[in-house]
Design a protein around this ligand. Structure first.
Ligand SMILES: [Zn+2]
Length: 383
């Protein structure tokens, strides 16, 4: 089947008025017909979320949940995703890896593509554990890392760890050899330890500015810190939760100016319940949180600290463009092409280019509302 869409097209380098042709599951041609026409429908590449823990009624643990996410996510403009699991006991971790593996192997037409798994832990550092359970943390032994690689059988895409832990540099090398992208996060590493990890193969940064130490001041002099080093290191891509709460908008702008939007990856880090009524929800570890779609998820007990977000990718795109003034191309890179690159999918999705899969969203020109989402040429949401 052939479909021709005439609209404003957000291409990698510029936005133009033109026509885009979809045949089967691919984009077969793009014809530029003139300059951007404000107010017309806008076609952007499908969004790629590489870091979240749940959305709508679904968590990320079971095959049923991940199947649910795959059918639900086109309503948020997401065409490919890697569900994340925080620090968890071994049996849950293995169950998660198996669930994702099964779904990767049996994609369903009209669903977003589950591209593999993201382990955010358990190989994290205690002081920077954030909302992770202290007794869930562990060291990245060769045995544990190899077990995860074997269980996923080629479907583990991303691992977030603290590179200052014992054996972490060796674990990074093992993961890299298995084709897994390794990310620093929940870490108290020094800039020097971070540089060694990058030399060992680490190439990504987990939610910058969240669970990072502030700059130290020694004898009145402000020191260079890990977050600074992440922004300065050209060999890594950098995640930001772009809800405006986890990272203040000014810091989002600062990070994009320093690292350039080619290295910034927008993520949601969303929790189960995102998009459902504001209410109390339960986490896999049995603790409760309040979810407020207009702000964040907060723990019910203790200090009511932030435990996650309820951001969606379509809102992330809106925030970047309409609230903080990024161009359509810049926002699109951060929500589609850059995350696709992190998980090795940029050769087949993440931008509007002839030959790539027809993964795209049609947005209303006025308010960027999602009108339709196509996954591999099939209408997965809207019309
Ligand atoms: Zn997370």
């Amino acid at each position: 089947m052939k479909r021709i869409i005439t609209a404003d097209l957000v291409l990698p380098q510029r936005t133009v008025w033109g026509t885009l042709t979809v045949e089967g599951n691919r984009i077969t041609s793009i014809e530029e017909k003139g300059p951007f026409r404000p107010g017309e429908d806008i076609v952007v590449p499908g969004f790629v979320d590489i870091h979240f823990h749940g959305v709508g009624p679904y968590g990320t643990l079971t095959e049923e949940d991940i199947n649910g996410i795959a059918s639900f996510e086109p309503s948020n403009g997401v065409t490919a995703f890697t569900p994340a699991l925080g620090a968890s006991p071994r049996d849950l971790r293995l169950e998660f890896l198996r669930s994702v593996r099964e779904l990767v192997r049996s994609p369903r037409p009209g669903n977003a593509l589950c591209a593999g798994s993201h382990l955010e832990g358990p190989w994290l550092e205690y002081e920077h554990r954030g909302g992770m359970g202290a007794d869930m943390l562990a060291l990245p032994t060769d045995e544990a890392v190899s077990e995860a690689i074997a269980e996923a059988d080629g479907t583990l895409r991303l691992v977030t760890l603290a590179p200052e832990l014992d054996n972490a540099l060796h674990a990074i090398a093992l993961l890299k050899k298995a084709g897994v992208t390794v990310s620093i996060g929940h870490s108290g590493a020094s800039p020097e330890q971070f540089a060694k990890a990058v030399d060992a193969g680490l190439s990504h940064v987990c939610h910058l500015f969240d669970a990072y130490s502030p700059r130290e001041v020694i004898e009145g002099v402000t020191r260079y810190c890990l977050a600074d080093a992440c922004l300065m290191e050209d060999r890594v891509t950098v995640e930001l939760i772009v809800d405006g709460f986890h990272v203040p908008p000014e810091l989002i702008k600062l990070a994009c100016r320093l690292a350039g939007t080619k290295r910034i990856v927008a993520i949601t880090d969303s929790m189960q319940g995102t998009g459902l009524p504001n209410d109390k929800y339960i986490q896999e570890d049995g603790t409760y949180y309040y979810l407020d779609n207009e702000s964040v998820c907060r723990a019910v007990d203790g200090d009511h600290g932030i435990v996650g977000s309820c951001l969606t990718m379509k809102k992330a795109f809106f925030n970047l463009v309409r609230k903080w003034g990024f161009s359509l191309e810049e926002a699109s890179r951060m929500t589609s092409l850059n995350p696709a690159r992190v998980i090795g999918l940029d050769g087949c999705t993440g931008s509007l280019e002839a030959g790539k899969f027809a993964d795209m969203n049609i947005l209303a020109g006025e308010d960027l509302a999602l009108k339709a989402c196509l996954v591999r040429g099939e209408t997965a949401f809207g019309a």
